[in-house]
Design a protein around this ligand. Structure first.
Ligand SMILES: [Mn+2]
Length: 295
């Protein structure tokens, strides 16, 4: 059994071994509150399948990020129908891997799940800040009757008292905009990305804690790059400028966990699936590169 088809990047058992892996991929095909397009339940499987096409060598970093070890866990779905209990189940699963010292990559699924690994990371590491790439603010008090909606996930995180930085926002309600103003939440708006995204990113990053959770909603990207998402918004991020920001993030902060959410695979837009897989792999490269530089 030289290769395990369920493994991220089709890694051989030695590189995918949990005990020695630096990073752990947790697929969570969780979808309960999506509002427009559906289909994020198929996200993790599509990302894992696309990851099998990845070239393991990173030409920018000049090494193979897979060498740090990337273990892939079985699909995890909470059993409870109650959202608070379901979140607690995901949180407990996430915490166990963080306590084992792993860099946790959660694959969604819808964005609502993010609050679970964020809480796990906050309790294990303390002093946590959250960096959010997203088209939407996700700051609603509640949405369609639930405070656990994908449209409320960042509101819950702000209420938990965690410092945040949101990048790429370009769709929000008036009450969400008021909340941004009242709490002076740091935001790099979608319309600011092209002109001065890098400068703003460095400025805001300097004010965040050293320990960071990264949540990446794929609708951050322009829909020309990622059409396969439930709520696409024009005017999103481009590939290389986004990677430049992510590299800065991993180099300047201690990123302890991340998620990639809201892929809604269509079966025809393989480019979306592959972008998501490559985004994860690029981040793992930046992680290994930054940790090697720190020694
Ligand atoms: Mn979102």
């Amino acid at each position: 059994m030289p290769y395990l088809p369920e493994n991220f990047a089709l890694l051989e058992p030695e590189l995918a071994d949990y005990a020695r892996a630096r990073a752990v991929v947790l697929p969570v095909p969780f979808e309960r509150t999506t509002s427009y397009g559906k289909g994020t339940v198929g996200g993790p499987a599509a990302i894992l399948a696309a990851s099998h096409q990845l070239e393991l060598y990173d030409e920018e970093l000049r090494f193979e990020p897979a060498d740090q070890g990337i273990a892939t866990l079985p699909l995890f779905l909470p059993e409870s129908f109650d959202m608070a209990e379901a979140m607690a189940e995901i949180e407990a699963e996430a915490r166990q891997h963080l306590e084992a010292g792993k860099f946790l990559v959660t694959l969604g699924g819808e964005h609502s799940l993010t609050q679970a690994p964020v809480r796990a990371a906050a309790s294990v590491h303390g002093g946590l800040g959250v960096v959010q790439f997203d088209a939407h603010a996700d700051l609603r008090e509640e949405f369609e009757g639930t405070p656990f909606s994908h449209a409320s996930v960042m509101r819950r995180i702000v209420e938990d008292g965690l410092p945040t930085l949101a990048i790429g926002l370009r769709a929000l309600s008036a009450p969400e905009a008021r909340l941004v103003d009242e709490h002076q939440l740091p935001v790099i708006w979608g319309y600011e990305l092209e002109e001065r995204g890098d400068q703003l990113f460095d400025d805001y990053l300097a004010k965040l804690p050293d320990t960071i959770y990264l949540t990446f909603d794929l609708d951050f990207f322009d829909p020309s790059l990622v059409p396969a998402t439930g709520t696409p918004e024009p005017g999103g991020g481009r590939w290389w400028p986004t990677l430049r920001m992510l590299r800065r993030l991993f180099e300047t902060k201690r990123v302890v966990a991340m998620d990639v959410v809201e892929l809604a695979p269509t079966g025809t837009h393989h480019a979306s699936d592959f972008l998501a897989a490559k985004l994860v792999y690029k981040c793992l490269g930046y992680l290994a590169h930054a940790e090697a530089a720190r020694g």
